[in-house]
Design a protein around this ligand. Structure first.
Ligand SMILES: Cc1ncc(COP(=O)(O)O)c(C=O)c1O
Length: 377
């Protein structure tokens, strides 16, 4: 079969299974309840203004990878700022969360190691584990008994890594970090915590470790993104100075990829400052998420508030999730239907996310639309 025919056939199959995906540009009058811009910072006015004032001194691109000549003063400033914020010795900023996870996991693990990974971890973690030569052990979602059984039954002379999302991106729930850290200490494992969705939300914005009243130690690696609550782009890894030096030397996704542009790093830094200065953003979005979950429950939808701005309404089939999405869109509300392979078979859903920018009217409209669609089947 020719390659062009192969592609056509594959696309046909994807469509038949209701798994076809396309990119859409939302029109101005549609209200977006799908964004990860939890704190409403992606259009932060103060930051835009600062950018205009400083644009003359900022390059649009970095020109090279960080190890060649793309490392800049603004990136160093951003890394120092994040390290301080995360109470860590050092920090490295890289192009994206995907690059951070795949690069980190591959760089630090060897064939003698064992990686314990939550069943619902993000694809970037899954791909990082695939790239690694370590043994891979998947434990049931947030199930600390299962994790302990697997730690016991997988001894190693190498290192052990436990990798988990802090806030699970599709469920909206929070890792049981207290138990997980206890097990990591008991079984001498290093914890990698992915704070992509926890940054700006948990632990007064500082992330999962702080939510559970721990302090970063040498067995905790904190990763996070600048693209979600921070409203910019890029990602960071925080840990000991030795870890960061090692990553500078060994992490292929930062060695062989162009450094973030100074403009982007400037925007991340300014948005982080606003995020820290304005805790009311976080307080409001969490209050609204709780309110929406309660109201949806009253309407008969099975949604629960889990302490994050992510509400997961599991509908089952892809068809039902798409129908819901399309009907809501006709009525001016956008909530993306999340389908396999992003979520397990049979758990297609609407992932409703709240943002600081949603006003009372928008939230009321959302609830009104859900009321009208109650009987969709
Ligand atoms: C838990 C988690 N980790 C990592 C990433 C990847 O981050 P980025 O979008 O910056 O590549 C995401 C993004 O969706 C995520 O949800």
């Amino acid at each position: 079969m020719k390659f062009t025919q192969y592609l056509k056939k594959q696309l046909e199959g994807i469509r038949k299974q209701n798994l076809y995906r396309e990119r859409i540009i939302l029109s101005e009058n549609v209200i977006d309840f799908s964004s990860n811009d939890y704190l409403g910072l992606k259009d932060c006015y103060q930051t835009k203004k600062k950018l205009c004032e400083n644009i003359e001194n900022l390059s649009v691109g970095s020109g090279a990878s960080a190890l060649v000549s793309g490392y800049t003063e603004i990136q160093r400033e951003l890394e120092e700022f994040i390290a301080k914020f995360k109470e860590s010795e050092a920090c490295i900023v890289v192009g994206s969360g995907y690059l951070a996870n795949t690069g980190l996991i591959q760089a630090i693990s060897t064939e003698e190691d064992v990686i314990f990974s939550d069943q619902f971890n993000h694809a970037s973690i899954i791909d990082g584990v695939r790239l690694s030569r370590a043994k891979k052990v998947i434990y049931r979602h947030n199930d600390m008994n299962d994790l302990e059984d697997k730690l016991k039954s997988n001894p190693t002379t190498g290192n052990r890594f436990i990798i988990t999302d802090g806030v699970f991106s599709m469920e909206g729930d929070i890792v049981n970090f207290k138990e997980l850290k206890f097990l990591a200490d008991k079984y001498n494992a290093v914890v990698i915590i992915d704070d992509a969705h926890s940054t700006g939300i948990l632990g007064k914005g500082k992330g999962t470790v702080f939510q559970f009243n721990f302090k970063p130690d040498e067995n905790i690696i904190q990763m996070g993104t600048l693209s979600k609550a921070v409203g910019s782009y890029g990602a960071f890894i925080c840990g000991t100075r030795d870890l960061i030096e090692f990553l500078i030397n060994r992490m292929r996704t930062q060695i062989f990829s162009t450094a973030l542009s100074p403009v982007q790093n400037f925007l991340s830094l300014e948005n982080l400052k606003v995020m820290i200065k304005e805790p009311f953003r976080r307080e409001k979005v969490l209050k609204n998420a709780k309110y929406v979950a309660e109201k949806l429950n009253e309407l008969g939808y099975n949604v629960s508030y889990k302490g994050t701005p992510i509400l997961s309404l599991i509908l089952g089939t892809e068809e039902k999730a798409l129908k819901f999405r399309d009907r809501l869109l006709e009525k001016g509300i956008f909530i993306q239907a999340i389908r396999p392979p992003t979520v397990p078979e049979g758990s297609s859903r609407l992932r409703i996310t709240l943002s600081y920018n949603h006003g009372e009217d928008e939230i009321n409209l959302l609830l009104e639309r859900f009321k009208e669609l109650r009987d969709i089947s």
